[in-house]
Design a protein around this ligand. Structure first.
Ligand code: NAD
Length: 498
């Protein structure tokens, strides 16, 4: 049995706590590895290591730091296939989708290669007589990231690439359900030339997370996961004086206007609703057709597409999606489907009884489609995070706009239409952080920022893009005057630029 320890001081070390978690192979249902769960003392050891290494890394010129990132890009390209296989094995997503997971992370590493430019400060010559003012961005010191199971390559890279490029040392606490790829990424960073101690991986559960939140030497914490944990981490971390940004769960709507290209909308819904078994924070989980005729046309076209989804093991390149991450999660998703039926929604496609020959113990589930879902139902209000799409029929555009705007989550939303006026109005008014116009999964590219609103995001700066540089640095502003400009005598009035 493979055991996974921690990555501290530039190498993998064995866990000391005696506690382990199971890492499943979802396509077969077997336990593929055991992961060590760190104690508070092990987290502390990693932090001390990081703290000792950080000053020299922070003082390394930013072009050299960027070059480590450039080399890392090259090494991930070299190992792309093996990383994607490991990712698919532990997570369950298909190998092509696992490659996408890695790629979206690498794009943020590419962005971080621009750190010499991104970290530049401002300068004003002659802000007062012989007075110059300038600002500089400095690293925070030791910072941490706590990441979810559903993007085990992308989200760790979204966190550590900008943080490390800015000169910080990083403690990563990845999901204990699929820690293999984060450990490999840390090894590759060392191979790329990163000094030991700058990127550490501590595997673990709540005990490790709490140790991070209470550690006085960790200056900032970035989190991605479910909303209740996001809120807990935001409250506890900020109460301890840390800079904290937390991204939570989602219920992403796709509005289908009567003039939308229906085939295009159905394709978009199938991919965005069921891709990765619906385990994406930007998955579409609610379709909102506007008008009865639109709804009827949509349902008629969707039913055969959901019924013919190809579910397969992660290694099947022709599968639309693979198994869910664990049996516990599979059971939770199925329980939501049962709940939807009990609440009175119409289950028009029921994929609960799907099994895959040869993989009977895998965590598979067929696609489910609910029609006539209403906003008072729990299956509408709560995040299901599985291959389950709900249709909420809206009478008109105003009603459709209100649904995502009033939902407690506000991660992503999309509108499908040919009407520029409607799209523009929607983008301006909808109360959600990321909007797609005829784009079902509007994950912003690396040089823009990613972040949801309402219960999908806690804190005020987003992930990647310019916000990530702001989050992982502190600004110092210097006002300077050289002796020839110094006035004689003491001044008792507050200095002004008059
Ligand atoms: P999760 O909240 O269960 O776990 C996330 C992290 O928190 C893990 O590292 C886990 O070990 C840790 N954790 C879990 N329980 C904890 C506790 N009680 N105390 C302290 N730490 C704890 O989330 P998940 O199931 O791994 O991921 C799926 C969730 O993440 C979904 O809700 C999804 O929408 C969300 N997500 C959000 C985004 C985004 O950017 N908004 C992106 C991806 C995933």
């Amino acid at each position: 049995m493979r055991t996974i320890g921690h990555f501290i001081g530039g190498r993998e070390v064995e866990g000391q706590s005696g506690r382990f978690g199971d890492v499943f192979t979802p396509m077969t249902g077997e336990v593929g590895a055991k992961v060590a769960l760190a104690s508070a003392a092990e987290v502390r050891a990693a932090v001390e290591n990081a703290k000792a290494a950080q000053p020299a890394w922070g003082a390394t010129n930013p072009q050299r730091r960027a070059r480590v990132m450039m080399k890392f890009l090259e090494l991930v390209q070299r190992d792309y296939d093996s990383l994607a296989e490991l990712l698919a094995q532990e997570h369950g997503k298909t190998i092509p989708d696992a490659k996408g997971d890695i790629q979206r992370g690498l794009e943020v590493v590419e962005f971080a290669c621009g750190v010499p430019h991104l970290m530049k400060g401002e300068y004003t010559e002659g802000a007062g007589t012989n007075i110059d003012v300038y600002s500089m961005r400095q690293p925070l010191g030791v910072v941490a990231g706590i990441t979810p199971f559903n993007f085990p390559a992308m989200i760790p890279m979204w966190k550590f690439a900008p943080a490390i490029a800015c000169g910080n040392a990083f403690i990563l606490k990845p999901s204990e359900r699929d820690p293999g790829v984060p450990m490999r990424l840390a090894e590759l960073m060392i191979e790329a030339g990163l000094p030991a101690g700058i990127l550490n991986v501590v595997n673990g559960d709540k005990e490790a997370v709490d140790a991070i939140l209470d550690d006085p030497d960790i200056m900032a914490v970035g989190f991605v996961g479910s909303s209740s944990i996001a809120q807990y981490i935001y409250s506890r971390g900020s109460a301890n004086g840390k800079r904290v940004q937390c991204f939570g769960g989602a219920k992403n709507h796709m509005i289908i206007m009567p003039d939308a290209d229906m085939d295009q909308a159905v394709d978009a819904l199938i991919g965005a609703g069921y891709g990765s078994a619906g385990e994406r924070c930007m998955a579409i989980s609610v379709a909102v057709p506007v008008g009865q005729a639109t709804a009827d046309r949509l349902v008629e076209k969707l039913i055969p597409r959901v019924e013919s989804l190809k579910i397969g093991p992660s290694t099947d390149p022709s599968a639309d999606y693979g198994p869910l991450v664990t049996r516990a999660h599979l059971d939770k998703v199925k329980a939501y489907v049962e709940l939807g039926v009990a609440e009175g929604a119409k289950l028009v496609v029921d994929g609960r009884n799907f099994t895959l020959q040869g993989y009977e113990n895998g965590f598979y589930m067929g696609g489910c489609l609910f029609d006539h879902v209403t906003p008072d139902m729990r299956i509408y209000k709560e995040e299901i995070f599985g291959p389950v799409l709900s249709i909420v029929r809206a009478h008109n555009y105003e009603e459709a706009l209100k649904l995502p705007s009033e939902h407690e989550y506000g991660n992503g939303v999309a509108i499908f239409t040919r009407d520029g006026d409607a799209a523009r109005d929607f983008a301006a008014k909808v109360n959600v952080g990321m909007v797609g116009v005829n784009v079902p999964i509007p994950v912003p590219i690396a040089y823009y920022t990613f972040g949801g609103w309402k219960r999908s995001g806690f804190g005020d700066l987003n992930q990647h893009g310019p916000d990530s540089i702001r989050f992982y640095t502190k600004t110092k502003t210097v006002t300077s005057r050289w002796p020839s400009g110094v006035k004689e005598g003491a001044e008792f009035v507050i200095p002004t630029m008059n």
